[in-house]
Design a protein around this ligand. Structure first.
Ligand code: ARG
Length: 558
């Protein structure tokens, strides 16, 4: 709760016989010398049969803990900034990285699925958003007290693997597969499509091989597993660069190949399945396309696997909420999934949330492919790191471990750019812009953190005498901003939107930099300086914990 809400509650306690909570409007006067907050009492006059000024006086008499004045129908409220500052700053320093934690998630479980790339394909920029949004939401849920299970639902199943195995058996190059597995798999996959357009029998052949895979035929399965291993190793490199920790489960689509039969049976027993042109479907009413459960050739589908996976996740994790961090283009798919679960009678289906997000654009166009080629996330990150390195060479050539610092700046910039906008918006990706040290960027916040850190050398462990202080506007603004941290952590979870937290961190950095620009932090007067250094320390704790929650490292020096 922030101070405004606190005041509102306290006033409501006095007026609740007469008025509703919503009628209490706390204003922030432009001129802070007049008051920190003000309550206009005019609208209460009718209900309370009293003049506005008498009402203000009445509240003044009963409101404890604040300094107040009744003037012209307003109640002017001054908060005790020294007392509050002491309380806020000491709490932060005492709680360290636990500051901002909430307990409302305690005893509850959230399953978060994110990243979920497709194996045997490069890890493209298209999967960046799912990966970083999901990772941030996982951290935010933890900070709110939830137990969290992270799931990487690998795209490791489907007819394309029949094609790939056929292609490998005919044109595969063992050495290339060992050296650059994903490039080689890509090469032979493309070759398959070239060949099959001339010779459609190959498709027939590929389907036959996929059938063997479905039946668990040994040789085919071993090859598929090899492809999967290679892919996972490659993905792991990207996760490491991004700083994404291991998932609790990597059960992808293939994990559900033996579990779909039971789903189809269950749908049948519940009388939900209909034949349509040889295929089996579930009708979902006039406003929604029917859900396709089984193709006419007997093949199962993406949706069928998702139904099996949803049921399995409920059984394994007994979640209170189950999140799927997947792009906007699959909105219909998840609506269908939820509708089918509802028809099956699964109450908990309503606790499934599709956490959708917009596209990544470059110059206004979808970024996932460039000239028909997938843009690899790894390449983009390396580019960002190189650019960060140029900056560092220019700005601070004498730093130790420039490589590590460049990595944290480059990767942090990419992640922050992804998280700072409302997640459902499309976002523009411009490497130069996101790496700027001013403006709403990751490096700006990292830089602010490093600046604070260098000031902290002057900090001593002494008792501050609050009576002798003046808490001015700049100080109060940043202190009060820090006080809102746990509210922000709460809101980020409720809206499932890391941009709440990212925007807040920009505000924190800006409020701090205003203080820094207007006040000498170490100014010769010991008590005053140490108070300002305490603000610095508290600010650094919040920035670090906030950035880490977003999945971004901060730097002690840069
Ligand atoms: N592998 C899929 C893709 O890359 C995303 C998986 C989404 N999750 C799900 N449960 N369907 O498009």
């Amino acid at each position: 709760m922030n101070i405004k809400e606190q005041i509102k509650n306290d006033i409501y306690d006095i007026l609740k016989e007469y008025i509703e909570m919503e009628e209490i409007i706390i204003e922030k006067p432009k001129d802070r010398k007049m008051a920190d907050y003000a309550l206009p009492c005019f609208t209460f006059a009718k209900k309370m049969h009293k003049s506005p000024n008498d009402i203000a006086l009445m509240i003044k008499e009963n409101l404890k803990g604040y300094q107040t004045d009744a003037i012209n129908g307003y109640l002017n409220i001054f908060v005790d900034k020294k007392k509050l500052s002491k309380m806020i700053l000491e709490t932060i320093v005492e709680q360290q990285e636990n500051y901002g934690n909430n307990s409302f998630g305690e005893g509850k479980v959230v399953a978060v699925e994110y990243s979920s790339p497709n194996i045997a394909k490069p890890f493209g920029i298209g999967h960046l958003r799912s990966t970083v949004i999901g990772n941030a939401l996982k951290n935010v849920c933890l900070k709110n007290g939830y137990k969290v299970y992270s799931i990487n639902y690998l795209g490791d199943y489907g007819t394309q693997f029949g094609k790939l195995i056929y292609a490998y058996n005919h044109w595969g190059d063992e050495k290339a597969l060992n050296d650059k597995p994903l490039d080689e798999l890509k090469r032979i996959y493309v070759k398959f499509h070239e060949e099959s357009s001339e010779n459609p029998e190959l498709d027939e052949e590929a389907r036959r091989i996929f059938k063997q895979l479905e039946d668990g035929e040994l040789e085919v399965t071993a090859l598929w597993e090899r492809f999967k291993d290679y892919s996972l190793k490659e993905f792991q490199k990207t996760y490491e660069l991004l700083g994404i920790s291991k998932f609790d489960s990597y059960d992808g689509e293939s994990h559900y190949k033996d579990k779909m039969g039971a789903v189809v049976e269950e749908l049948e027993t519940k009388n939900l399945l209909e034949f349509d042109d040889g295929a089996q479907i579930v009708r979902l009413g006039d406003n929604m396309n029917p859900a396709l459960i089984k193709r006419s050739d007997g093949g199962t589908l993406y949706l069928t696997r998702d139904i099996a996976a949803a049921i399995d996740r409920k059984q394994r994790f007994n979640f209170d909420e189950s999140l799927y961090v997947v792009g906007n283009e699959q909105i219909l798919h998840f609506q269908q999934l939820k509708m089918v679960l509802d028809k099956m009678g699964y109450e908990w289906g309503k606790n499934i949330h599709h956490i959708s997000f917009g596209m990544m654009l470059q110059d206004g166009k979808k970024m996932s492919t460039r000239q028909g080629k997938t843009v690899k996330l790894h390449d983009v990150l390396v580019e960002a790191i190189d650019l960060a390195k140029n900056y560092i060479e220019e700005k601070s050539p004498n730093l130790d471990n420039k490589d590590e610092i460049s990595r944290k700046i480059g990767v942090g910039a990419v992640i922050f750019n992804d998280l700072k906008n409302y997640r459902t918006n499309d976002i523009e990706f411009n490497l130069e812009d996101i790496l700027k040290f001013e403006g709403n960027t990751g490096p700006y916040i990292q830089y602010t953190y490093a600046r604070i850190n260098s000031l902290l050398d002057h900090k001593k462990n002494i008792n501050i005498n609050y009576d002798n202080l003046v808490v001015n506007e700049y100080m109060w603004n940043i202190i009060f901003k820090l006080y809102e941290f746990s509210d922000i952590i709460y809101k980020t979870k409720i809206n499932f939107d890391p941009s709440e937290l990212a925007k807040y961190l920009i505000d924190v950095a800006q409020d701090f930099n205003k203080l820094y620009a207007n006040e000498k932090i170490v100014d010769g007067e010991e008590n005053n300086s140490q108070f300002k250094l305490l603000i610095c320390e508290a600010t650094s704790i919040v920035i670090k914990e906030g950035m880490n929650t977003l999945g971004i490292d901060v730097l002690e020096q840069m």
